[in-house]
Design a protein around this ligand. Structure first.
Ligand code: AMP
Ligand code: GLY
Length: 423
């Protein structure tokens, strides 16, 4: 079958790389894609939220399966757009409909969902500019640090963690009254701070059954020792060494099952990935967020470990026969290290020539913010490429990624040299 992947990051290169290995994969398209996808598929110069252009491309290229990478098109209702269109309604879309995409699109919606279905999470209250005074009072009842979350999508920047009460009040005002994150912070969720180590769990569902993919841990901060500004992710490891069988069973019983059951009870159709961000508090998993897509760079370590045909899995999800599939996972550990443009996540330059790509032998290079220009691969974004390796242990895998990086260079290249430091 002909397949279209929407997105342009390392995640989408990994999806394309994995599906290209399937005998079921016909012509493979990526919109808009990057230099990595261009080498294995056909890139289409279409934005992921230009639904009319996507429709045209799907019809013109006889596409039967659309895999949605990022959250924006899902939250904007791309799956509903397909279902409502006579010409598109039989095409399989991997990614939930708009109603369920609110799990990522609105923090308050996600918290209410968790409360309704008894899913462990931090205590919270939400506020708008009409009751900002009550928000200040609520903050006074909490202990530092204070966690403020813009309700809507804010490109990963909408969560603030503050140590000082007066600073927390000032930020609450700035979000609600001064629209710090625009409409996204018209409502703010204030949460109890959870103290523990983070990990992510990835679930596939067809709306009836589910399969759990390997866990992963990402490193979000720009600086070593997890310091500095938040980024999309600077590296990842799978599996997570501290996720024991007993802890994974807890996650499945206390979080995954009630989540999938909750979607059914609430009548929220869901064919796609559920990315569950967790904090391990003592021995208990608590949910900090849902995303309605795969993580990036978590995909770059989770999918390489998947031995089962990904196209077959997607077909089973679309046909609601996921229960008939068994998922095989490579026992080895996988790690990825992100190479980023100097200055990221703030201002950075583009168009730097990336050297040494042909000399990487022991790792897989997933392109992200990179494109072809006059026959050369040049930087085109903040996160430029993810260098994934396997090893018997995560330490061995990390070592391989760092050795591969020795071959690679571009002007002002930066990466964290401490991925895995906290494990
Ligand atoms: P989110 O966008 O909800 O994933 O939040 C971004 C980051 O903020 C998370 O990855 C956590 O590191 C941190 N965080 C979010 N909620 C909490 C919480 N309740 N307690 C402690 N840290 C949190
Ligand atoms: N790496 C975190 C995310 O994809 O949201």
């Amino acid at each position: 079958m002909n397949i279209l992947v929407l997105g342009s990051g390392g995640r989408e290169h990994t999806f394309a790389w994995k599906m290209a290995q399937s005998s079921r994969c016909g012509n493979l398209f990526v919109a808009p894609g990057n230099s990595g996808t261009q080498a294995i598929a056909t890139n289409l110069n279409i934005s992921v939220t230009d639904f009319d252009a996507i429709k045209k491309a799907v019809i013109q290229n006889n596409i039967e399966l659309v895999v949605v990478g990022p959250e924006d098109p899902l939250v904007q209702g791309i799956h509903d757009f397909f279902l409502e269109d006579e010409a598109l309604k039989n095409i399989s879309v991997i990614g939930p409909q708009k109603a369920a995409a609110e799990l990522e699109g609105s923090k308050e919606f996600a918290k209410e969902f968790m409360m309704r279905h008894n899913i462990p999470t931090a205590a919270y209250a939400s506020f708008t500019k009409d009751n900002v005074e009550e928000g200040y009072t609520f903050l006074e009842t909490l202990n530092a640090p204070y966690v403020l979350k813009a309700d809507g999508l804010a490109a990963g920047k909408g969560v603030l963690i503050l140590n000082d009460l007066s600073e927390a009040k000032a930020e609450l005002k700035s979000m609600l009254v001064d629209a710090k994150f625009g409409d996204a912070s018209a409502k703010v969720v204030i949460e109890e701070f959870l103290d523990g180590i983070e990990l992510s769990c990835f679930v596939l569902t067809d709306g009836k059954d589910y399969k759990i993919l390997p866990t992963a841990k990402d490193y979000k901060r720009i600086g070593e020792g997890d310091t500095g500004l938040n980024t999309g992710g600077m590296g990842a490891i799978s599996p997570v060494p501290f996720a024991t069988k007993a802890f994974l069973d807890k996650i499945e019983n206390e979080v995954v099952k009630p989540t999938v059951e909750g979607l059914k009870k609430d009548n929220l159709p869901y064919v796609g990935f559920i990315f569950i961000g967790l904090i391990k508090v003592g021995d208990e998993p608590k949910v900090i967020e849902y995303n309605v897509r795969m993580g990036d760079p978590e995909t770059e370590v989770v999918l390489p470990r998947l031995k089962t045909d990904l196209v077959e899995i997607f077909q089973a999800m679309a046909n609601q026969t996921l229960s008939k599939i068994s998922i095989a996972i490579d026992e080895r550990a996988a790690t990825t290290i992100m190479l980023v443009s100097g200055g990221y996540p703030e201002a950075y330059e583009k168009g730097k020539v990336i050297k040494g790509l042909d000399s990487v032998k022991d790792s897989i290079v997933f392109h992200a913010g990179a494109k072809y220009q006059e026959g050369q691969v040049v930087t085109f974004g903040g996160r430029v490429m993810a260098i994934t390796s396997f090893g018997k242990t995560y330490k061995e895998a990390i070592k391989k990624s760092y050795q591969s990086i020795e071959n690679l260079s571009f002007d002002k290249m930066y990466y964290r040299k401490d991925i895995g430091f906290d494990l």
